[in-house]
Ligand binder design. Structure first.
Ligand code: FAD
Length: 412
């Protein structure tokens, strides 16, 4: 009987476990996670904070699923290091667990900034269900302004969730636009207008310089523009990085993330990797990059699990692929949303009155990216075309995806 060990109970780890069980009815499957909660939809933590997702909606599967699938979850368990030469992992406390096949799916950790004064309570990041519970406790106990630092995708959805609890929300973004560099100026302006309508006050080109506490709790911050913002909660959402420190000294090849090949194998025999923590091949740029999103992690986990159990179909690579809703406006981004080189043709379609903006990027007769605001239809087909490198033309893209819009066409 083969023993599969999985580090991380996110979508990559759990989908891998399910895919292994589908191919290997007898193998032993162990999933280790430091979290206290059984696997859940991390993507819904913002709507959980907002109140539209309940405790019952968050788990990925009911407890019975793990029993039926014979997937052993070991929660509140930290993996501290790998010992590939003896084919085992080591847990905090020293226990060693042997594996025949190992999956690294540790996801990411939020970035933070050590501002002067920021060691007070009330300055936090949000990654886990328990972090979300702490935010809810806070916003139900206090009516003071909440400050969200970071106008990327995470900052935007968290600001909206907190605002739905009726708290005043201020958002700071140091770049000139929101979700930079993915959105362009026009898309950022459309989203910024929606935030304002929803009661979220965004300030661009502005950062925190200092945090002031009172009685050990945050009371205010000072910004680069000289503003003093009174606040009792600062949510820091300035990005994430692969959670791969525990791999130090293991011999697993990493850069920003864990390098994998098209079968999710690392450089070490019988060790695979998937999800936010990997640096995979980007077929558009030909480079290896970290892409952190749910669908990517879920798809990779499923495919990696199949390879671990001896089957599997080769992976085409990672591209940026994300669909979000910001204060009622849906936004999809695919591939490269900013022209990366000369010779890129940009097709931009706009319906200002309806708040619809759809931009497509064409390079060497192939679609390489899309930014869709207010109307995300066709997103699935575009994703497929990008991944397959399907030959197309500006005429085809316009007639298929930009009808009814005023279209501007220009070379980058
Ligand atoms: C609030 C929030 C909202 C989000 N919303 C969206 C969204 O709308 N759309 C989207 O595409 N993405 C969203 N994301 C990102 C998305 O959740 C991640 O891309 C996805 O969860 C990555 O999956 P993963 O399996 O690679 O890693 P994770 O889901 O991060 O799971 C990894 C697990 O491994 C565990 N772990 C790590 N190291 C160890 C160790 N050494 N020992 C034991 N356990 C370990 C961690 O505790 C974690 O539970 C959101 C993220 C957050 C925080």
């Amino acid at each position: 009987m083969k023993r599969y060990v999985i580090i991380g109970g996110g979508p990559a780890g759990i989908n891998a476990a399910s895919a292994i069980r589908a191919r290997d009815p007898d193998g032993e499957i162990l999933v280790f996670d430091r979290d206290q909660d059984p696997p859940y939809y991390r993507t819904e933590l913002d709507t959980y904070i907002g109140g539209s997702t309940s405790d019952a909606d968050l788990p990925l599967h009911p407890q019975s699923y793990y029993e039926e699938q014979r997937i052993i979850l070991r929660l509140r368990t930290v993996v501290t290091r790998l010992l590939p030469e003896e084919r085992s992992i080591e847990l905090a406390g020293g226990e060693r667990v042997p594996y025949d096949s190992l999956l690294l799916a540790p996801g990411s950790l939020p970035l933070t900034v050590p501002w002067p004064g920021s060691q007070v309570s009330g300055v936090m990041t949000i990654r886990t269900w328990d972090d979300a519970r702490r935010v809810i406790r806070h916003v139900t106990e206090s009516s003071r302004t909440v400050l969200v630092v970071g106008g990327g995708v995470l900052g935007l959805i968290l600001a909206e969730g907190i605002r739905q609890r009726g708290r005043p929300v201020v958002l700071l973004e140091r770049e000139p636009g929101l979700w930079a560099p993915v959105l362009d100026e026009l898309a950022s302006d459309l989203i910024r207008a929606r935030l304002g309508q929803a009661g979220i006050q965004p300030f661009l080109r502005e950062e925190v310089t200092e945090v002031f506490g009172e009685g050990g709790r945050v009371a205010a911050v000072r910004t680069t523009a000289g503003q003093r913002i009174e606040t009792a909660l600062v949510v820091v959402a300035i990005g994430v990085r692969p959670d791969i420190e525990f791999l130090r000294g293991s011999g697993v090849r990493t850069d920003r993330g864990i390098f994998i090949d098209h079968e999710f194998r690392t450089n070490i025999r019988d060790i695979f990797a998937a999800g936010d923590a990997v640096q995979g091949y980007d077929p558009i740029s030909g480079q290896f990059r970290v892409v952190t999103n749910w669908n990517n992690a879920a798809e990779q986990g499923k495919l990696a699990g199949a390879f671990m159990a001896g089957g599997g179909e080769a992976y085409r690579g990672v591209i940026l692929s994300n669909t979000e809703s910001f204060c009622g406006t849906r936004v999809s981004v695919l591939g490269h949303t900013r022209p990366a080189s000369d010779g890129t043709l940009v097709l931009a379609g706009l319906d200002q009155a309806k708040g619809i903006y759809r931009k497509l990027l064409l390079q060497q007769d192939k679609l390489v990216g899309a930014l869709l605001v207010g109307n995300t239809s066709g997103e699935g087909m575009m994703r497929k075309w990008i991944l397959e490198g399907k030959p197309t033309s500006s005429a085809e893209l316009k007639s298929k995806f930009l009808t009814g819009l005023v279209v501007e066409e220009k070379n980058a």
